[in-house]
Ligand binder design. Structure first.
Ligand SMILES: NC(=O)c1ccc[n+]([C@@H]2O[C@H](COP(=O)([O-])OP(=O)(O)OC[C@H]3O[C@@H](n4cnc5c(N)ncnc54)[C@H](OP(=O)(O)O)[C@@H]3O)[C@@H](O)[C@H]2O)c1
Length: 361
């Protein structure tokens, strides 16, 4: 099985965030952002160098199975989500694409109002496989272009259309990868108009620097695990210094990840039960999850909490109506504990991957 089944500070001043009001529910049909919309939620954005904007809250879609994801994407669009994080290895792009198509065809939303992200999977992390896999994502998502395309992980495995290949002892079969060659191919696909912005995910500083040193189109985005127990401050600063927008994945601690770690002996702490988070939440009359997400956005980092539950979808995007003060920020900053939760080597389906020469952690 692959990660197929289960998988699935401050940015520079050039990325000043701006506020806008997203019309929700029925107002979404007007598709334009309206200050006068009633029943509305606020959104903040970061800007790429060319002025394109990425909403600071998006929706994650890992471990959102087909039977839940269709309703969740519909609901999310109604609520006002416009930024969606996808990946072929989450195995739900087709269903998500059906919902995008319905919304765009009906005129309820314009394509240009959406910010759609997907990723080049580890089984195609090579120049020769990139085009077909990108085009498959575009076909599944029923889109002509992606707003952001990320190399999902720095390591690679052989091309498969099903579960990853394993050796007899259960360890994963690896394959070499050359980031520079792959990147050049992505640059070419960008010139064809299939991609607006290019970035990477799960790359370390050295791997990003190598791309910066050897590319015409510089990486503009990095998606990494980031939450109150794993704040990645040096990496975020490095990105800020290089005009790279950071997106935090697993911002709520990837609740439910315990199931994937069964047998590994690793226990995942519950971020929502952290006493400091709870105290700050009580002070502002917000939920612990809202405080965790607000903290990340006040670090100047965009984030993509996953939910398929209506109330949690609503709460997770409704975080720009309050602000954490210096005291809150300091006490939350102090919770940083270096606890990485999405450590690929601990997942059964990536057994032995830490010996890959490009393993990042
Ligand atoms: N690039 C990568 O390698 C990578 C790796 C991991 C994740 N990601 C992306 O990042 C997204 C988010 O990360 P994640 O899914 O690992 O974890 P997460 O967003 O931190 O946590 C999601 C879990 O929290 C629950 N939840 C959501 N909102 C909640 C709330 N307000 N209160 C309590 N529980 C809540 C969800 O359950 P319900 O659905 O039942 O609400 C789900 O079980 C992924 O979906 C994926 O798109 C990328």
């Amino acid at each position: 099985m692959g990660f197929l089944i289960p998988f699935v500070f401050l940015v520079s001043l050039a990325h000043l965030s701006v506020s806008s009001t997203i019309p929700s529910t029925t107002d979404v049909s007007s598709s334009s952002l309206s200050e006068s919309a009633t029943n509305s939620i606020k959104m903040q954005y970061l800007e790429f160098a060319n002025g394109d904007k990425i909403p600071m809250i998006g929706l994650g879609t890992w471990r959102a199975p087909d039977e839940e994801v269709e309703a969740a994407i519909n609901l999310a669009l109604e609520i006002g989500y416009r930024h969606f994080d996808c990946a072929p290895v989450y195995m739900n792009e087709k269903v998500i694409g059906n919902v995008f198509k319905k919304w765009i065809d009906s005129g309820k939303v314009k394509r240009s109002d959406l910010f759609i992200v997907t990723k080049l999977p580890p089984f195609a992390n090579r120049a020769e496989d990139a085009e077909k896999v990108l085009k498959k994502s575009l076909a599944d998502l029923q889109l002509d272009y992606l707003d952001l395309y990320l190399i999902h992980v720095p390591f690679a495995v052989p091309y498969v259309e099903g579960p990853f290949q394993t050796h007899e002892n259960g360890s994963i079969v690896q394959s070499p990868t050359d980031h520079i060659k792959t990147w050049k191919e992505l640059e070419r696909l960008k010139t064809e108009g299939l991609i607006k912005h290019l970035g990477v995910s799960n790359f370390n500083e050295r791997q990003i620097q190598r791309l910066l040193d050897n590319s015409d189109v510089k990486p503009e985005a990095l998606q990494v695990e980031l939450h109150v127990y794993f704040q990645q401050k040096p990496l975020v600063k490095f990105c800020k210094d290089n005009n790279i927008i950071v997106t935090a994945y697993s911002p709520l601690g990837s609740r439910g990840i315990n199931k994937l770690l069964e047998g590994s002996g690793i226990e995942v702490p519950d971020l929502l039960e952290n006493p400091v988070v709870k105290t700050v939440a009580e002070k502002h009359g917000k939920s612990p999850a809202q405080v965790l997400l607000r903290y990340i956005t006040q670090m100047g980092v965009t984030t993509i909490p996953k939910s398929t539950n209506e109330n949690r979808l609503k709460a997770n995007i409704d975080i720009f109506g309050f602000e954490l003060d210096g005291c809150d920020m300091k006490s939350l900053s102090d919770q940083d504990a270096g606890i990485r939760l999405v450590e690929f080597r601990n997942f059964d389906f990536f057994k032995g991957i830490e010996t890959h020469p490009e393993y990042p952690f």
